[in-house]
Design a protein around this ligand. Sequence first.
Ligand SMILES: [Zn+2]
Ligand SMILES: [Zn+2]
Length: 343
Amino acid sequence: MVSEWFEKKLSWDVIKLSEMRQNKLTGEWIIYAVNRKKRPYDFSKKMEPKKSSPHDCPFCKGNEDKTTDALYEDRGNGEWSVRVFPNMFPAVDENGKVEEASSFYKTAGARGRHEVLVDTPNHTQTIDTFTEGHLEKIFTALQKRFSSFYEEEYIHYIQIFKNGGPEAGMSLSHSHWQIVGLPIVPNRILTQEDAEKEYAQKNHGCLFCDMIKYEEEQQKRVVTENERFIAFTPFASRFSYELWIAPKRHISTFIELEEEDIKALSHMFHKIIKGVSKIREGICYNICFIDAQKGREGDYYHWHIEIMPRVGGFAGLEFSTETYINSILPEEAADFYREHCEE
Ligand SMILES: [Zn+2]
Ligand SMILES: [Zn+2]
């Protein structure tokens, strides 16, 4: 079911199905989503916001007919406060074809799901001003949608992320999250899972759980802790002020978070995001939920959130070698967060 507005959009340009191609040299999968060229964009090339107003913003209260129909709404107070709907310009598509092998290269239909979660009806509200209670609603909604993605057989990896600001890839300026269900498992996840598996077989324990224990002992990179979660700057942070939030108990997927976990996470996240917003005015960042691939045997992976502020850009060395240059030591970043995350 699509709205009249969306149907009109479809008639302007027949949306082509996305395709995935694998780089034979690295194993990386690339998504070709040509329909996304047509997406509306609230920022100019120089990353300055264009004037977008609640009047024409599809994510604003009152403009619900400018999006696809809602799949989930939190209407605790009558009006919606969190709203989820299918992305109008999806990177992957439920109707994508299944994998088709070519004689030489490997391709796959980009069969998956791509949804948007608008986390406030207010056009200009930013996540650092949300209450803990509102964050709880957002995480609960994300978890509900995540579970629904999990049921789809053709989806093998689910990525939840938020692009905060134009330098972090945000196209519409109204605060939102995205959930993408992919038909493949990304290389980075496979590498991490293999490392965790190897460690578990040698040491009979979870690598990430041991990392948390070590960080707690050292107290050099720990930003804050509560009974259920820990926030720390990772020892080998790729980005300046990179910060991870992880459950202290071994959890491999977002689904396993209980109501009390979501409460504790919201409490911690509320503090952390205030610290992130103080790095500099208008700081852009990505927030990514890193999950285990679906259905892998064994329980090696440790679910966590990665927050990556965009202080510097990527350049030739990073692109060519995946060797990142970081000008802020994680210990220094942890000091900054400890000072700036509100108690
Ligand atoms: Zn808006
Ligand atoms: Zn663990």
